[in-house]
Design a protein around this ligand. Structure first.
Ligand code: SAM
Length: 237
């Protein structure tokens, strides 16, 4: 965050506390970072994550998706792509229990977590898929990706980056998923690109787009959920 420590005021009026928080504009703070901070302070999911001990508000997106589609089960092997700070991994570890296994990867360091093995590495690095496969120790039941590249503001570049990450995640999922497995990934805008969607439809029994309530309504974020992996015919043995 730019501009140092935030100054927060809680507004009060006519004897009733107005809990909506405003952030005083500091000289050096840009309007966008001020807006981000205000949104964080007023976001019920941020408060809930803090209360319930989740590392991120993103945890509720996975919880919601899982409540509806039941993708996480005891004893499963799960890969979490773009795992920092670890909200999704927390949910996954809880669901798979002691007999399951969760491995996560991120560009950023992640504080250790019981029941999860993390690696700090670019998923696009050519060594990443092999390392994850080795860490997992067997075929995966779920590959999930909440990866999001930093935006540049240049629409075309940003779009290509997002698609690049999703493509790499799908390619990896086809290599590591057990038959019947599930793939969940963040996509943006109008959903998954035609080519990606066709690939998924070929390899999975059901493919759907999901927008959990915890995903901000004003964000173009969307998830693609593919279940019932058929097993890729052309996969390397
Ligand atoms: C929205 S956050 C993930 C939040 C996470 N699901 C949670 O619940 O805490 C997206 C993450 O993707 C990571 N990321 C983006 N590109 C990546 C890449 N090429 N390799 C690994 N991680 C990447 C970012 O560093 C960031 O931590």
């Amino acid at each position: 965050m730019a501009g140092g420590k935030p100054t927060v005021t809680t507004k009060t009026g006519s004897g009733v506390r107005n809990l909506k928080q405003r952030v005083k504009t500091a000289n050096k703070r840009s309007l966008s970072s001020q807006k981000w901070l205000e949104r964080q302070l007023n976001d019920p999911y941020v408060a809930r994550a803090k209360r319930e001990g989740y590392r991120s508000r993103a945890a509720f997106k996975l919880l919601e998706i899982d409540e509806k589609y039941h993708i996480l089960k005891p004893g499963q092997r799960i890969v979490d792509l773009g795992a920092a700070p670890g909200g999704w991994s927390q949910i996954a570890a809880k669901k798979v229990g002691e007999k399951g296994k969760v491995v996560g990867i991120d560009l950023l360091p992640i504080d250790p977590m019981a029941g999860v093995e993390f690696i700090q590495l670019d998923f696009l690095d050519e060594s990443a898929p092999g390392k994850l496969i080795e860490m997992l120790g067997g075929p995966a039941d779920v590959v999930m990706s909440d990866m999001a590249a930093n935006t540049t503001g240049h629409k075309k570049t940003d779009h290509l980056r997002i698609i690049g990450l999703a493509e790499a995640a799908i390619y990896f999922a086809r290599e590591i998923l057990a038959p019947g497995g599930a793939f969940l990934a963040k996509v943006f805008q109008g959903g998954t690109e035609n080519q990606l969607l066709n690939d998924l439809k070929r390899d999975f029994a059901v493919v759907r787009h999901v927008k959990p309530a915890a995903s901000r309504a004003d964000s173009a974020e969307l998830y693609v959920l593919a279940t019932g992996f058929r097993g890729a015919a052309d996969r390397t043995p």
